[in-house]
Design a protein around this ligand. Sequence first.
Ligand SMILES: Nc1nc2c(c(=O)[nH]1)N[C@H]1C(S)=C(S)[C@@H](COP(=O)(O)OP(=O)(O)OC[C@H]3O[C@@H](n4cnc5c(=O)[nH]c(N)nc54)[C@H](O)[C@@H]3O)O[C@H]1N2
Ligand SMILES: Nc1nc2c(c(=O)[nH]1)N[C@H]1C(S)=C(S)[C@@H](COP(=O)(O)OP(=O)(O)OC[C@H]3O[C@@H](n4cnc5c(=O)[nH]c(N)nc54)[C@H](O)[C@@H]3O)O[C@H]1N2
Ligand code: SF4
Ligand SMILES: [Mo]
Length: 707
Amino acid sequence: METLRWTRTHCARMDHGGCAILVGTENNRIVKIKGDPDGFLNKGYVCPKGLASWERLTHPDRLKHPLKRKGKRGGGEWEKISWEQAIRTISNNFLKIKEQYGAKGVAFCQGMPKGMEHFALIRLANLFGSPNVVAVQDVCHAPREVTGMHTCGFYPVTDFHHRSKTVLVWGSNPTHTHEEGEICSLLLEQLKLGTRLIVIDPRKTDLAKRAQFWLQPRPATDHFLALSFLNVMIEENLFDRIFVETWTHGFEDLAAHVKDFTPEKVADITWVEPDLIRKAARLYAEATPAAIHWGNALEQNRHTFEALRAITCIMALCGNLDIPGGNIQANEPKMLPLGKYVRADLLPNKWKEMIHAAHGTIPRLMTVPPAFFRKAVLEEYPYPVKGAYVQCANPVMAYADTHQTVAALSRLDFLAVSDLFMTPTASLADIVLPAATHFEFDDMGHYGLGHGYVLARPKVVDPPVDCRPDIQIINDLGLAMTSTEHWFRDYHELIEMVVKPSGLTFEAFSERGYLKGKDQFKKYEAKGFRTPTKKVELRLSTAEKFKLHALPEALDLPLDDPDYPLILTSSKDRFYLHSAYRWVKPLREKSPEPMVEIHPETAVDFGIQEGDAVMIETPAGHIRQRARLTPHIHPRVISAAYGWWFPEEDIVEKDNWTRANFNMLTTTNNLGREFGTPNLKGIGCRISLAVPLPDAIELDDEDQKKG
Ligand SMILES: Nc1nc2c(c(=O)[nH]1)N[C@H]1C(S)=C(S)[C@@H](COP(=O)(O)OP(=O)(O)OC[C@H]3O[C@@H](n4cnc5c(=O)[nH]c(N)nc54)[C@H](O)[C@@H]3O)O[C@H]1N2
Ligand SMILES: Nc1nc2c(c(=O)[nH]1)N[C@H]1C(S)=C(S)[C@@H](COP(=O)(O)OP(=O)(O)OC[C@H]3O[C@@H](n4cnc5c(=O)[nH]c(N)nc54)[C@H](O)[C@@H]3O)O[C@H]1N2
Ligand code: SF4
Ligand SMILES: [Mo]
């Protein structure tokens, strides 16, 4: 019996990753995980997902062989094939499509980026010649990043590494999500030291309970609220006049524009008391440095561009851009620049040819919004897309409008999916590949994400014999269907290539644990902001050219539909990553069923009691979830669980992935033009008592031990 051996690595693929952990192994099997007290971001913290993360590796139903569809698509019949056969089948099919429709007829789809595989996929697409990398960035990070770049020339990330006097958490729940790996421990430490906190969230989150001010807005009205913050700051003269005069463009226009958005005027729309808006705006504006931790909720409705424009203007007016403890342009450590790694040079005209170019999206959006990908498949607009490679993604659960997703994936001539488990998406594929996952190969976290550090994730155990890391799979597909000179025998060479400019090998980098760029602030003082005017563009100088609103707007009032009197939103489950890992027993025990949060008064109105099965309906469809009554939600808002399917049930049964799936309630009818963003939050809905749900499942203990 081998003695317990500890390896230092970083947690990954349970969220964006970030906690340094110590992993105990015996005989190539993980037996224990603990937080690393020296962890740069977590300082010993580890959450329940991180503690359970190794249980992903040993589930008996994990995919362990490449599979080829037998019988009809989605019929659930498979034959095992060799890796050689799998790679050959995929490359033959993609090359056939390329010959007939051009390389852009093949799309490369990624879910939440999990590590180096995301960039390897872009490299593969570029080398294959397809501009179409489809990603979930329409609702995740592209709005923040790209709006930031247009407004101030960079993506302003929260600097939790230096003390802020005030932190404004806007549409994010970092104690549960550790959004972007900005582990909440750093924020919690600051709160202990006296940093003031403002939270803007329709639910009373853990942080809202600790905040000086908690604003409880109507979902999807954040753009109105942000404009009223600007109104208060300008009318009460609470801004940094010297910074504004020296470093901003269009202040007078913005000041005139926001005159109309008084707290009194937006109160009816946002449901936030004028007095509270004033107090919160003052608390942010009067403290320097102050940081805004802006979250995913701001990117999940069609007004995202306007809300994020207004919030970037708030940061700028108070001089909080690129200062310690504000919102910064992080300096990356010396690694291979992203553009070189993905070989962006090979498709210089990519932006003209990407599917979304035909939809007039904002410049610099480099991944295809899922709604436009599906339109290309279903309507051949702007051109036909016939094949897709899907990696680390579960579009049937994660894209708005599940029926449309299933229709599009089923329409493809050829679909290959790489995953750990047979998911609703994988079940529609022609070829399914069994991926190795975190702990089973060498990887890096946060490369290319703009936070100024890169984390080492050295391998801990061997994968099952026939499971391969995505990055190796991509490399092998590259060898089979693109020019071989750009690929290697072993994926390590790709990783070494990225690490090399640091002067380290991957092994030496892993010993250090992480690399961080130099702290350097106010970089604009040397060369100005990276915008056409070299200033922060409160008024966009390129608005006309790019058909954008020059000033942040709030044009349409939210709709009140008497047939759908409640407002639907959601937040991420603390114990899962999106639709993944419902099959991991310790996590399922903590969160066994999809729960919808309802205010007790609202529940009385609809005759619903704690634990009842509830039918949730929007004009798009209906689902059932179990009621959780809580006073911590606005009486007119319900928050339904997202990402639910039931891995313990037959995947071929449609009911499995339709009955509780949040995206059965969403559509792609009314997209934000800039990013193709659908409304995932702030949707009119109604609730009623539903037929009872099956009892919460109990996963069999034996099931977890087999494997
Ligand atoms: N309604 C609604 N929709 C949303 C959201 C929402 O809040 N509400 N959130 C949006 C956001 S922010 C995002 S980022 C997207 C997420 O979209 P996705 O990333 O598509 O969502 P997941 O359900 O996490 O699917 C990831 C899949 O990757 C698999 N996987 C895990 N590790 C590995 C690995 O190492 N290799 C491979 N090949 N597969 C692996 C998992 O088993 C899982 O099936 O969803 C978006 N959709
Ligand atoms: N446990 C867990 N962690 C995760 C993930 C996961 O699936 N599970 N996913 C990862 C990914 S890909 C991402 S992008 C991040 C996202 O991380 P977060 O930014 O924290 O995103 P959410 O949990 O979607 O939403 C955050 C908060 O927004 C509130 N909210 C809902 N609607 C509105 C609204 O209209 N306005 C405002 N102001 N607030 C609203 C919700 O109540 C919730 O508390 O988390 C990452 N971490
Ligand atoms: S917070 Fe995220 S990175 Fe940290 S242990 Fe949990 S899942 Fe892992
Ligand atoms: Mo995300």
